[in-house]
Design a protein around this ligand. Structure first.
Ligand code: NAD
Length: 479
């Protein structure tokens, strides 16, 4: 059975304790590979190597670092099919989704920051009253990157690429639930000739590897994406060494539909926003609010479309929805469905496991679910489910929908659907979240700041924002 090894100091190696975890294919429920279960000693070694590599990597010109990133980007596309297959088997997402979205975006992340670093300049201030001021950026040092399982290579590379571009060296930990594409990335880095120790990928449990990264005194910053509860643990552990932290956490995003929206487009995109990647995207619109006059017709049309989604083997090109990521997550989502029922929710469609045949008989499949009749303050509408489950609620006024939309502890993203752009803009400014899409969902320009407010996030990824995060900023004033 294939063994997923650590990538430390330019070598693929077993963890020092030689322990491995089962890696399960969620579409079959079967173990299909083993992943390194690392501990403190592996992180200590990775940090030592990253510190040594920093001495030279940080001194390369942006152009030299950029060339490595371009090479990695090209190699990701060269191995597009292999990576997409790995991602689909590891995560349960349809192969076509991985092939057309996740892996191309991972290549784009490296390409984007390979370009962006060439334009990442300090600032000069013209003399104001006294003194000429110049701002300089320099690489921070060894940094940690910790990522989740929902968009494995996409989010892993979204952190690693800017860290490397900024001149930092990296100790990175992918999710133990979906480690395969990170393993393939380490092989790509070897093929790209990335100098030893510049990127180190250490596999294992969050409580071991993630905690060791959070506590390590020589790691200067952590960029983390995952749940809010883990974000809190990291913030606590990192406090003793005063690390710089960037946290991308949970979401419970509203989709706000006004009666003057483009009906067909809005139904189509509300469906996409709720159920893409089996609802396992932090940006998914899991609370749908529809203006009362449109509520009935909109709900009917949405339900018809949900019923047409085919849940099936992720490797079958006919499947719109694959498996949810793991047995634990399957049970968590099924429990949330029970809670919704106990809260008086009316299941308009879904609400049950999907049993497939043959090799997928033990896979973790859930029918896409739409629930009505729920109070906006109930648990189903307040807690992150992170599965193929959405609620739908009517509203009567802008004030009411704003109050409901802003009622959760989260504040990541929202979408607003209306032909009245003035109203949409007004709403967007009042929503308590970091990203608002008007008449679209998840359109991404990688230069823009990405991140949440409230319990959804601290700091921003994207463009110059994340490059600044990975930099020391110095002002020099000359009279
Ligand atoms: P998770 O918090 O369980 O795990 C994320 C990562 O943290 C994993 O690599 C895990 O091993 C590690 N980890 C776990 N415990 C740790 C600890 N004590 N110290 C350090 N690291 C630890 O999240 P998940 O279940 O993998 O992913 C789903 C969550 O991620 C959802 O809440 C989702 O909203 C969130 N997410 C947020 C964004 C965003 O941009 N805001 C994007 C994607 C996913």
């Amino acid at each position: 059975m294939e063994r997923i090894l650590n990538y430390i100091n330019g070598e693929l190696i077993s963890p020092q304790a030689n322990q491995f975890l089962d890696n399960i294919n969620p579409a079959t429920g079967k173990v299909y590979s083993k992943v390194a279960s690392s501990h403190d000693q592996d992180i200590n070694k990775a940090v030592e190597c990253a510190k040594k590599a920093f001495l030279t990597w940080s001194q390369l010109s942006p152009k030299e670092r950029s060339n490595y990133l371009f090479k990695i980007s090209e190699l990701i596309l060269k191995y597009l099919d292999e990576l997409a297959l790995a991602e689909s088997i590891d995560n349960g997402k349809p192969f076509e989704v991985a092939r057309s979205i996740d892996i191309p975006r991972s290549a784009e992340n490296f390409k984007f920051f390979a370009q962006q670093i060439l334009h990442f300049e300090g600032e000069s201030f013209a003399e104001h009253e006294k003194g000429k001021n110049k701002v300089f950026f320099s690489p921070l040092g060894v940094v940690g990157c910790i990522s989740p399982w929902n968009l494995p290579l996409y989010l892993f590379s979204w952190k690693i690429a800017p860290a490397l571009a900024a001149g930092c060296t990296v100790v990175a930990k992918p999710s133990e639930v979906t480690p395969m594409s990170a393993f393939l990335l380490s092989k790509i880095c070897l093929e790209a000739g990335l100098p030893a120790g510049v990127l180190n990928i250490v596999h294992g449990l969050g409580s071991n590897v993630g905690e060791a990264i959070s506590c390590h005194q020589d790691i200067k910053a952590i960029s983390f994406t995952g749940s809010t509860s883990t974000g809190r643990l990291i913030a606590k552990s990192a406090a003793t060494t005063m690390k710089r932290l960037h946290l991308e956490m949970g979401g419970k995003n509203p989709t706000i539909v006004f009666s003057d929206c483009d009906f067909e487009l809005t139904v189509e995109q509300t469906l996409r926003a709720a159920f893409s990647n089996q609802g396992q995207i932090c940006l998914c619109g899991s609370r749908i609010f529809v203006e009362r006059s449109l509520y009935e017709s909109f709900t009917k049309s949405l339900v018809e479309k949900i019923k047409k989604l085919k849940v099936g083997n992720p490797l079958d090109p006919e499947s719109d929805q694959g498996a949810v990521v793991s047995r634990e997550h399957f049970h968590k989502v099924m429990k949330c469905l029970e809670i919704a029922k106990s809260e008086g929710g009316k299941f308009l469609t879904g609400g049950h496991q999907v049993k497939l045949l043959g090799e997928n008989a033990d896979g973790f499949f859930i029918a896409p679910t739409l629930i009505a009749n729920l109070n906006y303050l109930c648990r189903t509408n307040q807690e992150e489910i992170f599965g193929p489950v959405a609620s739908i609620t009517p509203f009567d006024s802008e004030e009411e929908v704003l109050m409901m939309a802003n009622s959760t502890e989260y504040g990541l993203a929202a979408s607003i659907w209306s032909s009245d752009l003035e109203k949409a803009q007004r709403m967007a400014l009042s929503l308590e979240c970091g990203i608002v899409w008007i008449n679209n969902w998840m359109t991404r320009d990688l230069r823009t700041p990405f991140g949440g407010m409230k319990e959804s996030g601290r700091g921003r990824e994207g463009g110059k924002y994340i490059l600044e995060f990975f930099s020391n900023i110095k002002n020099i004033c000359t009279l």
